[in-house]
Design a protein around this ligand. Sequence first.
Ligand code: AP5
Ligand code: MG
Length: 291
Amino acid sequence: MRLILLGPPGSGKGTQAQRLVQRYGIVQLSTGEMLRAAVAAQTPVGIKAQHIMASGGLVPDEIVVGIISDRLDQPDAARGFILDGFPRTVPQAEALDELLKKKHIKLDAVVELRVNESALLQRVETRVAEMQARGGEVRIDDTPEVLTKRLASYRALTEPLIHYYSERRKLLTVDGMMAIEHVTREIDRILAAIGAVEAKAAKKAGEARRTAKTGKSGAKTAARTASKSAAKGTGASGKAARASRKAGKPASKRAKSRLARPPRVPGSAPPERPGKALKRSRKSELKRRDG
Ligand code: AP5
Ligand code: MG
């Protein structure tokens, strides 16, 4: 699985990336973490990045593209990866497209974590408090002033990527305002729906959905969001949506049914439609009554 996690500072990219790493055994490639390590080690890249990061700006594209290119060549990235915080500009996204093309790697999806800006300061403050409680090092950019600048950088330079990936039918939007657990479940669900995770993992996610009552509202949100892109023929589910549009289903139903459907196991029979099973049980009920 090859994913990009997109979202403003504090939206939960790092949190969700770590949960995906545990679930699917793939690597998290966080440019923020790599740059912080470079700053701590005072490497030439770290020395250049230090002041930019402390002020809430973005490190030059060529530096981060170089870091990611090297990282993708390492053997642990071969099984799959989650890009957390990269790309962050359109030129970075274009450079990534080139890199992936050269390496014959296909990107599965870009998951956008959508959150209300008003929640972000609170989250960053919580992270500071948690770090202090653990005796860890607080991030130099986790202050209200720098967060304001990071948000401005996000809006000006990173937000255009939503359009960039939506046009390329890679974008899947998840409601990042839900509890951490529910966001994870929702990501699992949409990854299963587009076939980015194997049947076994998808089944596990499906079982979790059925047993967790609270997951329902999240499922509806993603289905609604996906239905918008599906209606336009955009989004990672656009292909399937266009096919079902031909069958004459309304956009909302198309997206919901697409997302609700578990991925096919290669070689297995197609799953029976729920309507068929219902008809059959009605027939046998009538037969039984007629004697
Ligand atoms: P980076 O490290 O990527 O930081 P960021 O994008 O600002 O994002 P954060 O790490 O602050 O937030 P997050 O979305 O990971 O949220 P988290 O899961 O931690 O980049 C830092 C800097 O490096 C940049 O400003 C830039 O200078 C430079 N840089 C990095 N990449 C670059 C690039 N590609 N190009 C140029 N420059 C680059 O969660 C935050 C808190 O919220 C946590 O406490 C968490 O527990 C909590 N939380 C998470 N989800 C939820 C939830 N659903 N509900 C409640 N709380 C939640
Ligand atoms: Mg992070």
